[in-house]
Design a protein around this ligand. Structure first.
Ligand SMILES: *[C@@H]1O[C@H](CO)[C@@H](O)[C@H](O)[C@H]1NC(C)=O
Ligand SMILES: *[C@@H]1O[C@H](CO)[C@@H](O)[C@H](O)[C@H]1NC(C)=O
Ligand SMILES: *[C@@H]1O[C@H](CO)[C@@H](O)[C@H](O)[C@H]1NC(C)=O
Ligand SMILES: *[C@@H]1O[C@H](CO)[C@@H](O)[C@H](O)[C@H]1NC(C)=O
Length: 480
């Protein structure tokens, strides 16, 4: 594979690029910038940090009496204080992606599920949303394209832009701080953050998550289905192919989350595999964050894989003991995730200890501490609506698209087209690609789309771009 620029420089030319800039409407804001409304709602008011004294005062609490709000103490002491205040029932209600908090001790609810695979997306149950002052976020090229640029500075710049948009949206009450991106299942390696020392004590701008761990490259293929797939992987292949990208993501990329996958590996569900989650991710690679299930993975063990004929309680216990900290599972027939549903029974029946629950919550709240969820993060507090979909971010998205373009073939240096010689062209492929509509936006997109808008504002279809830049207009009948 070679990049577009290397191919084309040989032909002494440049290539006009069709770029879809997906900020649906320029995010115009006036007063909404600094100060923020925040996603934490208590007593009818919104806040950007848990330990805001005014937030405690509303229900008659005194923030200074809660050691977990004492910013002079180490995170670990503060988290121990917080978890130590909670009853078993309160703890278990915070083991799922839609954590309920514990109002009695000042802890607000938190929605863990965020997606930002190529820009901030509103996929997930409402923690991140578009509308009013934030109609859309900058949509960057899909990682398969960005990766083809082979440019680490570019990936870093994109990561910085996405995380800035998240912090801005957080201030405005439009986002949480935990994002289940990037997807690095084999061959993709879009790392976004820098390596650093003493990670558990170090603040992070946004929490990213390496997913889906591990040996998970089959969504649906022939008779294989990701929910029941049992990947048979030899040890060497496991280490060299499937584990290595995750090791890099955690160790070099300093990601603060790993998501385990639906499939089994050599018979054992990824989310109940202590060797993978605890021995490898937690101990060997030193994850300083939390491990989350792909949504409904624990249920999948019971309902789809029917692993060991486990009950909900048994699967919950097996997963938590293996090292799973947080269970995403909102789609299950109107009920909650398995951890929240079965956690109390699992402790009462002696299948796990309350200390296992404490351990899971500790990993989860240390991550939120690092994100400034409790104390705020002054350096990002002035970010507002004008930092989302900014001109710079849109240009970066366009640049990323250009850098990732790959020309597979340019026979006889026919590109760029010479309008003096060529009077008509045929674009071959699916019409929906050529006349880029929905498909070009990619999935997990981060854009607010009015239902009747198929081509994004500011975007161009390949068809338009060829017409414009070649001076040739359709309808198109000659193949080059
Ligand atoms: C709090 O935030 C929500 C969601 O953004 C919003 O609907 C509500 O009006 C805000 N409340 C106040 C008092 O600003
Ligand atoms: C890599 O990307 C950065 C940021 O867009 C850009 O400034 C730089 O020129 C790129 N490097 C190469 C070698 O193209
Ligand atoms: C699960 O239950 C089914 C039906 O009772 C039984 O045939 C099967 O052997 C059981 N599987 C295991 C692993 O215990
Ligand atoms: C491309 O899509 C637009 C908008 O849907 C439509 O008006 C146009 O006819 C399409 N072009 C072709 C070549 O089908």
């Amino acid at each position: 594979m070679a990049s577009a620029s290397s191919f084309l420089s040989r032909c002494h030319t440049t290539l006009a690029v069709a770029v879809a800039l997906l900020c649906a409407i320029a995010a115009v804001s006036s007063a909404a910038g600094a100060g923020g409304r925040g996603p934490i709602t208590t007593g009818g008011r919104n806040y950007t940090r848990v330990c805001d004294p005014a937030r405690f005062a509303a229900p008659g609490l005194d923030a200074s009496r809660f050691r977990y709000c004492d910013a002079s103490l180490p995170y670990t002491d503060r988290v121990r204080d917080l978890v130590g205040r909670m009853t078993l029932e309160e703890k278990v209600r915070n083991l799922g992606d839609q954590a309920e908090g514990a109002p009695r001790v000042g802890l607000p609810p938190y929605r863990w599920w965020g997606e930002a695979l190529h820009g901030v997306s509103d996929i997930g149950p409402g923690g991140t949303w578009f509308g009013d002052v934030v109609p859309g976020a900058t949509s960057f090229p899909l990682v398969i394209n960005a990766a083809a640029a082979f440019n680490e500075s570019l990936w870093r710049a994109v990561g910085a832009a996405v995380s800035t948009e998240i912090r801005a949206m957080y201030n405005l009450g439009h986002a949480e701080l935990t994002y289940w991106s990037p997807n690095i299942n084999v061959v993709r390696d879009p790392r976004t953050s820098a390596a650093a020392a003493d990670p558990f004590a170090r603040p992070i701008k946004v929490s990213s998550c390496c997913k889906h761990f591990a040996a998970y490259d089959v969504d649906a293929w022939l008779k294989a289905d990701r929910l029941t797939f049992d990947a048979q992987v030899q040890e060497r292949d496991m280490v060299e192919t499937f584990e290595r990208p995750f090791e890099m993501c955690i160790r070099d990329g300093d990601a603060s989350c790993v998501m385990c996958s639906y499939n089994r590996i050599n018979g054992i569900p990824a989310c109940a595999d202590a060797r993978l989650l605890t021995e490898t991710v937690r101990d060997q690679w030193q994850l300083h964050g939390y491990i989350v299930s792909d949504c409904d993975s624990v249920r999948v063990m019971v309902r789809d894989a029917m692993w060991l004929n486990y009950t909900g309680v048994e699967a919950t216990a097996a997963a938590m003991k293996a090292g799973l900290d947080l269970d995403c599972g909102m789609f299950w027939e109107g009920a909650r995730d398995f951890f929240t549903t079965y956690g109390v029974d699992a402790v009462r029946q002696g299948k796990i200890k309350e200390a296992d629950v404490d351990n899971a919550l500790t990993n989860v709240y240390l991550t939120l501490m690092r994100l400034g969820f409790f104390d705020g993060m002054p350096e990002f507090e002035s970010l507002g609506a004008t930092d989302v979909c900014s001109k710079e971010h849109k240009e970066l998205a366009a640049d990323a698209a250009r850098q990732g373009m790959v020309v597979l073939k340019n026979d006889a240096c026919r590109l760029p087209l010479d309008p003096n010689k060529i009077k008509s062209v045929s674009l071959v492929g699916l019409l929906e690609h050529i006349n880029a509509t929905d498909v070009m936006l990619g999935d997990y997109r981060g854009v607010f789309e009015p239902p009747d808008t198929r081509v994004p504002a500011g975007g161009e279809t390949p068809e338009n771009m060829v017409s414009k830049n070649s001076g040739v207009s359709g309808p198109l009948d000659t193949q080059i």
